[in-house]
Design a protein around this ligand. Structure first.
Ligand code: ADP
Length: 185
């Protein structure tokens, strides 16, 4: 069984940047649920229609909707190492995930840095206006942060300081997911 890792962290913590580097440098398949949903919207599919309003408000789409979409996308990848970017985002999603995670990497970034980064990144995402960013952060703390404890209790949590440049964060993630799991010998 190939390793499956999940990246946890607030919006703007660099999950996408780091997932892309794990793909390019270590050969992981990169599965971003945010991208999956944005593509579904662009195609005008049923999934996109069901997710659109929640996304525009900065809310999470319902667990059953995203879990079904994620499992379908995972099945298409076959037996490859996978990095999940943006999933799971609730304890319900973590419990529904059929495959076991090898590590959950928290990219830790304080709220003020997040707000600054998103206002500066100018990707033109509809949900990047200041009010929606505040709501996405609120939702992160309320719904997603409990996963930090959830994975810590299972011995799977790896914490990296995300308030640094992407190279430094990448190096830490590589150490964290190496076979010794970033723990001291
Ligand atoms: P970010 O991490 O920058 O907030 P994403 O691109 O990961 O953004 O997600 C954008 C939006 O897509 C979220 O605000 C949410 O509405 C929806 N979304 C993405 N992943 C999930 C998920 N696992 N569960 C529920 N909603 C999700």
């Amino acid at each position: 069984m190939e390793p499956t890792i999940a990246l946890l962290g607030p919006p703007g913590s660099g999950k996408g940047t780091q997932a892309e580097r794990l793909r390019d440098e270590l050969g992981f398949a990169w599965l971003s649920t945010g991208d999956l949903l944005r593509e579904a919207r662009a195609e005008g599919s049923e999934l996109g229609r069901r997710a659109g309003e929640d996304m525009d408000r900065g809310e999470l789409v319902p667990d059953d909707v995203i879990v079904a979409a994620l499992e379908e996308a995972l099945a298409e990848l076959g037996d490859r190492p996978v990095v999940l970017d943006g999933f799971p985002r609730t304890v319900g999603q973590a419990e529904a995930l059929e495959c076991e995670l090898d590590a959950a990497v928290l990219i830790d970034v304080p709220d003020d840095v997040v707000a600054e980064r998103i206002s500066g990144r100018g990707q033109g995402r509809e949900d990047d206006d200041p009010e929606t960013v505040r709501e996405r952060l609120r939702v992160y703390h309320a719904e997603t942060e409990p996963l930090v404890d959830y994975y810590d209790r299972r011995g799977l949590l790896r914490r990296v300081d995300g308030a640094r440049d992407a190279d430094a964060v990448h190096a830490d993630i590589r150490r964290a997911i190496s076979p010794r799991g970033g723990r001291e010998p």
